[in-house]
Design a protein around this ligand. Structure first.
Ligand code: GRF
Length: 195
């Protein structure tokens, strides 16, 4: 039994959200990041995790989808919450069953708009701009067996001004993600038991 609630982060790329989460919980009294997992051995998030001296695990598609090895690892670490932060694969059923209502994701748009398979990274922001939207935002949601479809936990919005280019829209979204994801994780963990 661990004294602190334990978070596992899954990320496939840069990991700027993972960074904010690791910073937020670095000296936290009640919760900690126990491990960072990735499907991508070249992901910069691995470097970021090393900087915080947080253990990492790299898996391939076979291990993730055809074995219980990742589930067993998370169980052995007594993980309380699984946080997807730019993780690009669908979560397999064995993991969702082992951690019911304990897997969350962040999406760079106001779901259910601009979600689903293939809607990630620049594809999301390009579609938003092509459609001439005057606002966008972020969504933090529970994960189920479909891309971007679980119950919504948190949304926040920003305005898209006339002169905003792709980089500006991405930047505004990222600022909101970095601000809210650690806080939403903290409040979910608080609700899960005494924190
Ligand atoms: C974020 O925009 C997040 O919403 C999406 O993937 C991106 C990850 O960015 N799911 P980073 O790796 O945290 O910088």
């Amino acid at each position: 039994m661990h004294l602190k609630k334990r978070i596992a982060i899954f990320a496939s790329g840069s990991g700027s959200n993972a960074q904010k989460i690791m910073e937020h919980f670095k000296k936290h009294n009640d919760a900690e990041v126990a491990i960072v997992l990735t499907n991508n051995a070249d992901a910069f998030v691995l470097q970021r995790a090393d900087n915080f001296e947080i253990p990492t695990h790299i898996f391939d598609r076979y291990e993730f989808t055809k074995t219980d090895s990742v589930v067993n690892l998370l169980k052995s670490l007594e993980v309380d919450l699984i946080v997807l932060a730019g993780f690009l694969w669908l979560i397999p059923e064995n993991l969702l069953k082992a951690f019911p209502n304990k897997v969350i994701n962040i999406h760079p748009a106001l779901l259910p708009k601009y979600g689903g398979k293939g809607m990630y990274g620049d594809f999301v922001h390009k579609s938003i701009m092509e459609n001439g939207e005057d606002e966008s935002g972020i969504t933090i949601h529970f994960v189920n067996e479909h891309f971007d479809e679980g119950e919504i936990i948190h949304q926040s919005k920003f305005r898209i001004e006339k002169g905003d280019d792709l980089e500006m829209v991405k930047f505004k979204g990222q600022q909101l993600e970095h601000l809210h994801y650690p806080k939403v994780i903290e409040s979910l963990l608080k609700k899960m038991k005494s924190l």
